[in-house]
Design a protein around this ligand. Structure first.
Ligand SMILES: C[S@@+](CC[C@H](N)C(=O)[O-])C[C@H]1O[C@@H](n2cnc3c(N)ncnc32)[C@H](O)[C@@H]1O
Length: 260
């Protein structure tokens, strides 16, 4: 049977930098010695830790993360913190491009009386998000961006979270294999300059946001000028927030109260 130090040794040999921490998580998640052995083997083969565990800790909540579904990144906790600070009580929250649904679940855990809706184009993501979002009292839908949402949400959304794919297509091959091999391409690829999906979101967001409603999305520092231009073109008023420690750049875009 594997003990803590032999798990650490196997993980270290496989190149896991945080072998000690990972060993603790694997040992506390496995229900049997056989399961632990299999989990350590999968991790040593290069599967993301969260796919091996079947869950991720994110911004104070624990969410299921199924194989192939985008693993919520620590950096994105900054986006959620920005949203928690600005979301009104009883907010109507939409998590678009939701992946596992982690962002919406974490946000509604931080405010009172919220109504949560989440959507994604990838059936595997929606299947995973459905469980996470239902546990938070919300609903998940499958489809292309806003087309997935119930029509009754038009003009009612107080907080629109949209952590869209934003890696430029030709940079996908530079990503670590945990992302490149084990996450769906549709979760990563943002088109030639990385902003294709974002532009589609900003073009429609004002129709779905309530007056004064807010759109939150992550981007790279390099993409900020183009992202801000897309927001402005969509009739929203942008503000950029950065967290150097987490290497995170978030754009917060407000629908003016008097916009039509
Ligand atoms: C970068 S991942 C973010 C997932 C999640 N929001 C998170 O941060 O953990 C982008 C997600 O967008 C979804 N996606 C890509 N294109 C989409 C589209 N046209 N409509 C809806 N979802 C889309 C992908 O399936 C993927 O789950």
């Amino acid at each position: 049977m594997l003990d803590h130090s032999s798990v650490v040794t196997r993980l270290r040999a496989a190149g896991c930098v945080f072998a000690e921490d990972e060993a603790e998580l694997l040992i506390s998640t496995a229900r049997t010695p056989e399961e632990l052995d299999a989990m350590v083997a999968r991790r040593a083969e290069g599967l993301p830790l969260e796919h091996v565990l079947g869950w991720a800790g994110f911004a104070g909540v624990r969410v299921a993360v199924d194989p192939g579904v985008f693993v919520p990144r620590r950096r994105t906790e900054f986006l959620v913190e920005q949203a928690v600070a600005l979301a009104p009580e009883g907010a109507v929250v939409v998590d678009l491009c939701c992946g596992s649904g982690a962002l919406g679940v974490a946000l509604v855990a931080g405010i009172t009386g919220a109504e949560l809706h989440a959507a994604d184009v990838d059936p595997a993501a929606v299947e995973c998000a459905r469980r996470n979002v239902a546990a938070a009292g919300g609903r998940a839908y499958q489809g292309d961006l806003f087309a997935a949402l119930p029509d009754g949400l038009r003009g009612r959304v107080d907080v629109l979270l949209a952590n869209v794919p934003y890696v430029p297509s030709e940079e996908i091959e530079l990503l670590p294999s945990e992302a490149r091999v084990h996450e769906a391409r549709v979760a990563l690829d943002g088109g030639s300059d990385g902003l294709d999906v974002l532009r589609r979101v900003t073009a429609e967001a004002a129709h779905w946001l309530a007056p004064g409603g807010l759109l939150f999305f992550e981007t790279s520092e390099r993409q900020v000028p183009l992202a801000v231009a897309a927001v402005t073109e969509g009739g929203l008023v942008p503000r950029v927030a950065t967290c150097e420690e987490r290497y995170a750049t978030v754009v917060v875009a407000r629908r003016p109260a008097q916009a039509g």
